[in-house]
Write a protein that binds this ligand. Structure first.
Ligand SMILES: C[S@@+](CC[C@H](N)C(=O)[O-])C[C@H]1O[C@@H](n2cnc3c(N)ncnc32)[C@H](O)[C@@H]1O
Length: 281
């Protein structure tokens, strides 16, 4: 090992410190009803409007994931056991976009959410308890699923770099779902994470070209009028991704050409939020 190399213990300590810091920041933020109001309109909308606006976006994003699940169900029907294939959601937040979780279960896809915030994971825990109870009452086969199998309290870079430590098998992920997540990361973090995710679209992992990476976010390309500025205490939160850089990092991870299908815009307060599905071309 060269003198400049990071030893595993140092890397581990670094991840731990980062996880603790992010957990504190996001627990504080997730505790606020107006947690996800765009900085530019904060203070000008009521709590009720804040919740309604977030729920409306969450419903639209969820419907969008449901379409992808229907496609995946059709595409991967060929004798694959229920819940072998996963939908991996990054960032549960206050659960505004939780609705697709139930639909994924009905389709036989195992939903898993990753969030670094303990509070967020506790919201998810009580939501999924109820959801599973309701599903069983309605005679839906929920297999081995429990809230614990559906939630990973983890920092995403760490979880994707060491998936086996978090009971994750990334080769089984058929749908990735990132709603309002990229803007929580620095550009450097986005790059790393998108490249890892892109591997799911590689010829080796996805020979049939059926895997999907769903990104739902305000993109700079469609919101040129919005100034990006830091929103303390989470400095990166107003970083708006650009379409070409998301494409380029996913493409680099996949090693082949991709296509963004089914591009849909949703109005969200003063912004346009755009949903797209990246797939192998
Ligand atoms: C803006 S919220 C979006 C939640 C939800 N998808 C929505 O649209 O309502 C982002 C969530 O990601 C989590 N998060 C932020 N950075 C993270 C990281 N590096 N690793 C894991 N979770 C993270 C936060 O705790 C927060 O709950």
């Amino acid at each position: 090992m060269s003198s400049g190399a990071i030893r595993p213990n140092e890397l581990w300590d670094e991840f731990k410190a980062r996880r603790t810091k992010l957990r504190e920041l996001w627990d504080t933020r997730n505790s606020r009803i107006d947690a996800y109001i765009p900085a530019e309109v904060r203070g000008t909308v009521s709590e009720k409007e804040a919740i309604e606006g977030n729920l409306a976006l969450g419903r639209q994003a969820s419907d969008y994931v449901e379409e992808a699940c229907s496609f995946a169900r059709y595409f991967f029907q060929k004798g694959i056991p229920r819940f072998q294939k996963k939908v991996l959601g990054l960032g549960y937040g206050r659960g505004y976009d939780r609705f697709w979780t139930e639909y994924a279960i009905r389709c036989g896809l195992e939903p898993i959410w990753i969030d670094v915030s303990e509070l967020s994971c506790s919201f998810a825990q009580s939501e999924f308890n109820q959801l599973l109870r309701k599903a069983r009452k309605n005679k839906v086969d929920t297999g081995y699923l429990t809230p614990a199998t559906m939630i990973r309290e983890a920092e995403v870079e760490e979880a994707l770099m060491f998936p086996e430590n978090f009971a994750l098998n990334l080769a089984d992920v058929r749908i990735w779902y990132l709603c309002r997540f990229l803007n929580c990361l620095s550009q450097e973090e986005s790059k790393k994470i998108l490249e890892i995710i892109g591997r799911s679209l590689s010829a080796e992992r996805d020979p049939e070209k059926g895997n999907i990476v769903i990104v739902v976010n305000a993109f700079k390309d469609f919101n040129p009028q919005i100034d990006e500025h830091p929103d303390p205490p989470i400095v990166h939160t107003t970083h708006m991704p650009r379409y070409h850089s998301v494409y380029a990092h996913l493409r680099r991870g996949s090693g082949r050409n991709l296509v963004a299908r089914h591009i849909v815009h949703f109005r969200y307060f003063n912004k346009l939020v755009t949903a797209m599905m990246f797939m192998a071309k």
